[in-house]
Write a protein that binds this ligand. Structure first.
Ligand code: LMR
Length: 330
């Protein structure tokens, strides 16, 4: 017996197997903008391992972190054109296309992780995913967790709304976020996430808001004197998949991908809290920013100053969603 026979066209049988595997393999390209050492960066790696294992490599997940393939400005278009099959943008960014996603940006809408979880897993999450599918024809799969946002800046510590006066902040492209800063007398520019560091470095902006994890992993503290722990709103993500790609997937793979997604979502919900806490300890130890945890009395002042946004956006988000926020955080 001859082992390792030559096939008719001169290639070995083994090579034919590889060719066949490549032909049958389904590739999910995932683009995201943050570092690997973040809740989202790690979660997407977990998802990759779970999917590749359960499908025995028939579905391959290719990950492009740090905006290396598409930036936060171009990834939406890339998803719709099926140049990537999955993106995981902050809900704030999706508000550009489906305004209701901006509800997470309302100041102090949710006060705890469990309230955020109720929003993501309950009626709010359901309504938002439906709207994304109906209006934009993207498949909204689930919500992923990062953390509450804090603010870094130069010039002066931010204790009262008046302290924002004439400072210039980088924000994500969300109307609700921009209005908050403007109401407190600040100027805003919505710059891509991966342009934030260099704009802080050259002093084009005085500050920015983000989760501790993003501040830590992108070294956004390097050129900043103050960190205000304000927890003024939550930065979470929505996992979006190209609709046609999803619908054409064999059902067995849909099942495996859904299962991997459930496990990964559970993982990121728990580990995002730990990672942000751990990286906060590192920031305290390794940076010389002055850290101020907003007092309840100070928070109350911010809340009052920004309260008109709730009336202003009632029409945009609709009574049902506003009512749900009230139910959760009554
Ligand atoms: C940002 O742009 O600040 C964040 O959305 C980055 C991210 O994806 O966490």
């Amino acid at each position: 017996y001859v082992v390792g026979f030559q096939s008719r066209d001169g290639f070995s049988g083994e090579y034919d197997d590889d060719q066949e595997k490549m032909r049958d393999q389904i590739v999910i390209k995932v683009s995201h903008v943050v570092s690997e050492n973040t809740p989202k960066g790690k979660a997407v790696r977990r998802f990759q391992a779970l999917v590749e294992e359960s499908t025995k490599g028939k579905v391959k997940v290719e990950i492009y972190p740090n905006g290396s393939l598409y930036s936060d400005i171009s990834e939406w278009e890339a998803l719709k054109n099926n140049n990537v099959q999955m993106i995981i943008p902050a809900t704030s960014k999706v508000s550009q296309y489906v305004p209701e996603f901006g509800l997470f940006d309302l100041p102090f809408a949710f006060d705890s992780y469990s309230q955020v979880q109720q929003a993501f897993e309950g009626r709010i999450g359901e309504i938002l995913l439906e709207k994304a599918e109906k209006r934009e024809h993207v498949k909204g799969v689930t919500f992923w967790y990062n953390g509450f946002k804090q603010i870094t800046n130069n010039q002066r510590p931010l204790l009262t709304p008046a302290d924002f006066n004439r400072l210039h902040f980088r924000t994500m492209p969300s109307e609700v976020i921009k209005k908050q800063y403007q109401m407190m007398g600040a100027a805003v520019s919505d710059l891509p996430f991966n342009k934030t560091y260099e704009n802080l470095e050259v002093g084009f902006i005085d500050g920015q808001e983000n989760t501790i994890s993003n501040i830590y992993s992108k070294k956004l503290y390097d050129h900043q004197s103050y960190l205000t722990v304000s927890n003024h709103s939550y930065l979470g993500y929505v996992v979006l998949v190209n609709e046609e790609f999803w619908n054409e997937l064999p059902e067995e793979y849909q099942v495996e991908i859904n299962e991997a997604m459930i496990q990964t979502t559970d993982w990121i919900r728990r580990h995002s809290i730990e990672m942000n806490d751990e990286q906060m300890r590192e920031l305290k130890r390794d940076t010389d920013m002055d850290i101020h945890i907003l007092l309840n009395s100070e928070k109350e002042e911010w809340r009052e100053k920004l309260a008109p946004l709730y009336d202003e956006y009632e029409d945009v988000f609709g009574k049902e969603l506003m009512g749900e926020i009230g139910e959760i955080n009554g």
